[in-house]
Design a protein around this ligand. Structure first.
Ligand code: NAD
Ligand code: TYD
Length: 342
């Protein structure tokens, strides 16, 4: 199978490409990524020279680029590319609409024209909005997004749905809870807290710290995506989660314990506007239909993640300082598309 992965230089996309090719070396992957501040090629440097992997720098919202990327007989699309940070969507949502809505539409339209046989759209639990205590969203739950990020993802989910309903274009949507693990940009909760603590900085906890998220180790998410890609039913939605929400404070305190740092590094700061209190998902469908369940428990996943950030100081420095970004701007500035084997 030949797969076009979008956003494969980012956190989940890079983990997906690595785990997928390890399990299916006879398949090949083309990675289409714009290399925004959130993506960098070091995330996949271990694939340098691999015959079954290639990279195209380009924007999913540009028809010409997307058509070129799909040109070489792609069987399936796995669509990760997105603007993903809620806080950025609060200060400026324009890129979220352009990439998440227009980009998804552009990709759908081009993939349909090329008769791609499977389109997997990677979405989020945030589209369901905040869940009251004791309640978990199943796949039929209404979409009630509250941040501009979540709204842009919900809009893209609806476009994806419409291509199945209208054209019978074989799309599948997954909605996953918060991921953590190696290569996550250090502006999201877990890598921000770990890297700040390693640098002796304060750990900014929003509001009372009692908002809950259901943290899943990124490789578990990637394995679920692989199952859905191979055996999911077109037109369906599959929720993916670890199955146990935890408060932010619990997570931050556990990280400090693993790091051997004191709790007085925690600093309570002003709450995020529109901050969803609790995300929780019902995952019976994917476990029943595709026999998927998470393999990595939170304790092990957090330890491995802390260890990864401890041992990847250069990566952290380059992402935090914007060094990767300025490198790509300098080297690829006049080339709308760069096709290279890493
Ligand atoms: P990320 O921000 O780490 O990576 C996004 C990648 O997309 C980057 O490599 C970036 O360069 C690329 N990109 C952005 N705009 C692009 C464009 N216009 N054209 C091409 N490439 C572009 O994101 P992530 O955390 O890896 O999330 C990947 C996907 O999974 C997103 O669709 C997100 O909504 C979804 N998701 C994320 C989580 C999570 O906890 N991180 C949970 C559920 C679902
Ligand atoms: P985040 O990693 O941004 O993911 P999302 O908002 O998509 O769930 O945030 C996870 C939780 O952590 C969320 O409740 C907001 C909170 N948070 C903080 O308390 N402090 C921070 O500095 C950040 C980035 C997030």
């Amino acid at each position: 199978m030949r797969i076009l992965v979008t956003g494969g230089a980012g956190f989940i996309g890079s983990n997906f490409i690595r785990t997928y090719l390890q399990a299916h070396p006879a398949d090949s992957i083309i990675n289409l990524d714009k290399l925004t501040y959130a993506g960098n090629l070091d995330n996949l440097s271990d694939l340098e020279g691999a015959v079954n992997y290639s990279f195209i720098r380009g924007d999913v919202a540009e028809t010409e680029t997307v058509e070129k990327a799909l040109g070489a007989g792609v069987d399936a699309v796995v669509h990760f590319a997105a603007e993903t940070h809620v806080d950025r969507s609060i200060t400026n949502a324009r890129d979220f609409v352009t990439t998440n809505v227009l980009g998804t539409f552009t990709l759908l339209e081009a993939a349909r024209r090329k008769s791609v046989s499977r389109f997997l759209h990677v979405s989020t639990d945030e589209v369901y909005g905040s869940m009251p205590p004791g309640k978990a969203a199943d796949e039929m739950c209404p979409l009630e997004p509250n941040s501009p990020y979540a709204a842009s993802k919900a809009a893209s989910d609806l476009l994806v749905r419409s291509f199945w309903q209208t054209h019978k274009f074989p799309t599948i949507i997954t909605r996953c809870s918060n991921n953590y693990g190696p290569n996550q940009f250090p502006e999201k909760l877990i890598p921000l807290m770990v890297t700040n603590a390693l640098e002796g900085k304060k750990l900014p906890v929003y509001g009372d710290g009692l908002n809950e998220r259901d943290w899943i180790y990124v490789v578990d998410h990637c394995r679920a995506l692989e199952r859905v890609l191979h055996s999911g039913r077109p037109g369906e939605v599959y929720n993916i989660a670890a199955g146990k929400p935890h408060s932010n404070l619990e997570i931050v305190k556990r990280l400090l314990e693993i790091l051997g740092e004191p709790e007085d590094l925690i600093e309570y700061v002003a709450d995020r506007p529109g901050h969803d209190r609790r995300y929780a998902l019902e995952t019976a469908k994917i476990s029943r239909e595709l026999a998927w369940s998470p393999a990595v428990n939170l304790e092990q996943g957090l330890r491995d993640t802390v260890n990864w950030y401890r041992t990847h100081k250069e990566w952290v420095e380059k992402t935090k300082s914007g060094e990767y970004r300025s490198y790509y701007e300098k080297h690829y500035v006049n080339r709308r598309e760069m096709l290279t084997r890493l």
